[in-house]
Ligand binder design. Structure first.
Ligand code: GCO
Length: 454
């Protein structure tokens, strides 16, 4: 059963919805530059996105109608500090103040993600996360945020999916700024991101003693092929393993330092690349592991694993596996095994900070969007999550990704994840069928989950 105070929510991020990319003194982010260079599907950009910057009141009205208790959104660092550090842009602060006040007036708890990828371009030019000062730059930004907003906002998340803003951005070259760096550089960037996290949590404790703070990484969940002890242990091993090929995209390198105060030293990647860590890394780990209050995870899909010798091996999905419109396998059990493995290793309350599906949504003759498969996707996943909760896994919330259709990074606007359909020409918002399905579920605190399939 879901707890009475379960945080039923929806999530978005600044670059994906705000637009107003150069309005009111905002500085450029790496995504503004990357998209301007035509690097994303159809040369789409976030210049206007969902125009949320001008329409946030209308959007929050819909959120209230949806009945969510929590709204997870991110702040644009260069909207607040156009150069990344130094001068604060008061108009940026004003925008977020209005947004926060409007949420609170509507009884919605804000969950602020400090960083969801729109890195200040001015800092990119100074060497981004490889610069030894980069953790302090982030701390400066975070302190401005805490001072301006933490009188009203009590839930913060430092980083969203470092696997992507380092891995996809500086390792695979698919996300802004689109680079392919050497391993020695990647290890340093990863370390500096985690140091920035630790410094921020430390500052938060002083500045916001009554607040809660967490961290939101991601990762493909390893699901055991059978319920045998051997397969379960094989899946756990794979989930937290770090191979040479998965240095930037894995779970343990990005979470063990923060949650356990150690690097995953018994992995292939550490044996190969641990030597690139700064000499002071053990000292830094004391800061990096400053305790947090909740551990978030963005979970979308999973892989099947079985025992093989004293290790593990992948088992391909069956040929009839269904895939979402973005090509991800639909594997609801990831919301059982993911939280379970994570809770058993890290022992912190878990928030599913993202879970969702891209569908080929369109407006039907009756003017509505009939996305039955989205409701089913959510229901199937929540069913598994509830089983984990019933077995004692402490899960504090679930944030559907996303509240509305938006700019899906390298895919531009071609993938729709929203509960609310967005017509990008007129900016009209149309709640999809799943909006009303989720509304009903929240109203019943999830108690009608099994009935809701009927
Ligand atoms: C992600 C992001 C979102 C994506 C979503 C769907 O964290 O990758 O947090 O910005 O839009 O995950 O891909």
């Amino acid at each position: 059963m879901f707890k009475d105070d379960f945080a039923w929510g929806v999530a978005t991020s600044s670059y994906q919805i705000e637009g107003a990319f150069d309005e009111d003194g905002k500085g450029l982010s790496v995504w503004d530059v990357f998209t301007e260079e035509g690097k994303c599907f159809g040369r789409h950009t976030g210049e206007v996105a969902c125009d949320h910057y001008h329409r946030f009141k209308e959007d929050i009205k819909l959120m209230k109608e949806l009945g969510v208790k929590a709204y997870r959104f991110s702040l644009s660092w260069p909207r607040i500090l156009p150069d990344g550090v130094g001068k604060v842009n008061q108009k940026g602060i004003d925008f977020y103040n209005e947004l926060i006040d409007c949420l609170l007036e509507n009884g919605i708890e804000p969950y602020i993600t400090l960083f969801h990828w729109d890195y200040p371009y001015e800092l990119e030019k100074k060497g981004n996360w490889s610069n030894p000062d980069s953790p302090k730059w982030f701390l400066e930004y975070a302190e401005v945020v805490f001072k301006e907003f933490a009188d009203r906002v009590k839930h913060f998340i430092t980083f969203n999916e470092p696997q992507c803003f380092i891995g996809l951005a500086y390792d695979k070259g698919e996300h802004a700024p689109g680079l392919k760096c050497l391993k020695r550089d990647l290890v340093l960037k990863m370390h500096n991101v985690m140091l920035a996290h630790g410094l921020t949590v430390k500052a938060f404790r002083k500045l916001v003693p009554d607040g809660k703070i967490g961290y939101a990484p991601c990762g493909d969940v390893a699901m055991p092929l059978t319920d045998s002890k051997e397969d379960i242990e094989a899946a756990r091993k794979r989930y937290f393993d770090v191979t040479a090929n998965n240095l930037t995209g894995n779970v343990a390198w990005w979470s063990d330092p923060i949650m356990l105060g150690t690097y995953p030293e018994d992995t292939e990647a550490f044996r190969l690349y641990g030597k690139y860590l700064p000499k002071s890394y053990k000292e830094d780990l004391k800061i990096i592991s400053e305790p947090i209050d909740f551990y978030c995870q963005n979970i979308y899909t999973g892989s099947r694993v079985r025992a093989a010798g004293d290790g593990y091996e992948y088992v391909k999905h069956s040929v009839d596996m269904p895939y979402t419109a973005i090509g991800w396998a639909i594997t609801p059990k990831n919301l059982y095994w993911g939280p379970k493995f994570l809770y058993e290793r890290y022992k912190k309350p878990i928030i599913i900070s993202e879970n969702g599906i891209a569908c080929n949504d369109f407006i039907a003759l009756d003017g509505k969007v009939h996305d039955q498969s989205r409701s089913d996707f959510i229901g199937l996943h929540l069913n598994e999550l509830e089983t984990a909760i019933d077995e004692g896994i402490d899960v504090a919330g679930y944030m559907y990704w996303s509240f509305m259709d938006n700019f899906e990074w390298a895919y531009g606007y071609s993938k729709r994840f929203g509960l609310v359909y967005v017509n990008y020409e007129t900016m009209e918002r149309i709640p999809k069928d799943s909006f009303y399905w989720y509304q009903n579920l929240i109203k019943n605190n999830g108690r009608n989950l099994s009935e809701s399939f009927k």
